[in-house]
Design a protein around this ligand. Structure first.
Ligand code: AMP
Length: 301
């Protein structure tokens, strides 16, 4: 089994969708990622939380055997994010971002974290992503994500880390914003020009597209009758994608395509309830069942 390391946010989210509203529930890019990936591979997490972070949330991750040696508890308040969605659930409107303890976070990776085979730089300050990358021996695959907050606020730092990453996993709106290119094929080409050899563009309910080595693969989103909260879909996608690569090892075209489908499977579970609630009820058999349902959905003569 390969090691999978993630750095990203561990957060308290307040979210409003047309189907409900929740206050200060468990969220964060590294949280969704590591929980989703834990169904496939051992995961090591790097992040910081404040003294106000509920122990029950840590216990939830520990029950999935997520390695929390690299999770610091610092004086101060945990990162907080507040967002809202309209009936078009594909786009989150950020109402508030409070970096809190992330503002002064200087990670010093434990020795046991320094040789990951797979590294995911989840959505967080690109300077922090860069620091983590430079504290590990070069992994087999370095993938990353980002969002409008950092594209607008830290563009130079973002381009620096992007030039060293192998893969970018990003949603369509952010790909357009990053590249200033409305056409998605051209946006993908522009991302590749920044440095990565592989880009996955997530398109919410319209699925995900993989561009790699001149090839192109499209996976639909699973047709769900009830989507309660899209928060974390992107990170859960990345968790399924990287987890499947770490578990199965192959990064040839077939392996990458399977990983995109596992990513889509995990995203489809994440959105069925608020926070990580659906994941906490998820049985591994359901992942394989949905994977097969995806296969059937796109097979035709
Ligand atoms: P997504 O998968 O894109 O829906 O990511 C949702 C998660 O990203 C939420 O749980 C938030 O806590 C987290 N988040 C929102 N804004 C930021 C930010 N600027 N930096 C890091 N994490 C964030």
């Amino acid at each position: 089994m390969s090691d999978l390391l993630v750095v990203g946010s561990v957060a308290l989210d307040s979210v409003k969708t047309p189907f409900g509203a929740v206050q200060e529930i468990l969220g964060g890019s590294a949280t969704y990622f590591s929980y989703a990936a834990s169904f496939f591979s051992p995961v090591q997490l790097v992040a910081v939380v404040g003294e106000d972070f509920p122990q029950a949330h840590l216990d939830l991750l520990k029950r999935r055997d997520v390695d929390l040696t690299g999770l610091q508890v610092a004086k101060g308040r945990t990162f907080r994010w507040a967002g809202e969605y309209g009936y078009d659930l594909n786009e989150a409107k950020t109402l508030d971002t409070q970096l809190n303890v992330f503002a002064d976070f200087r990670p010093d990776l434990p020795e046991s974290y320094r040789q990951p085979s797979f590294l995911f730089l989840a959505n967080i300050d690109p300077d922090l992503q860069w620091e983590i990358l430079h504290q590990v021996e070069r992994p087999r695959l370095v993938a990353m994500d980002t969002m409008n907050f950092w594209i607008n606020g830290k563009r130079q730092a973002l381009e620096r880390i992007l030039s060293e990453a192998d893969a970018l996993i990003i949603n369509d709106g952010e790909a357009r914003q990053l590249t200033q290119e409305p056409n998605l094929v051209k946006a993908a080409e522009a991302v590749l020009a920044f440095g990565p050899q592989l880009v996955v563009i997530k398109r919410g309910e319209y699925g995900a597209v993989l561009f790699a080595h001149g090839n192109f693969f499209f996976a639909p989103a699973f047709p769900l009758a009830a989507v309660l909260d899209p928060t974390g879909a992107g990170d859960s996608f990345a968790g399924g994608f990287m987890g499947a690569l770490a578990r199965d090892g192959g990064m040839d075209e077939a392996g990458l395509r399977r990983a995109v489908v596992y990513g889509s499977v995990m995203a489809s579970f994440a959105v069925e309830d608020f926070s990580l609630r659906r994941f906490t009820r998820l049985r591994p058999e359901e992942i394989e069942e949905r994977f097969r349902a995806f296969q059937e959905m796109v097979t035709f003569q």
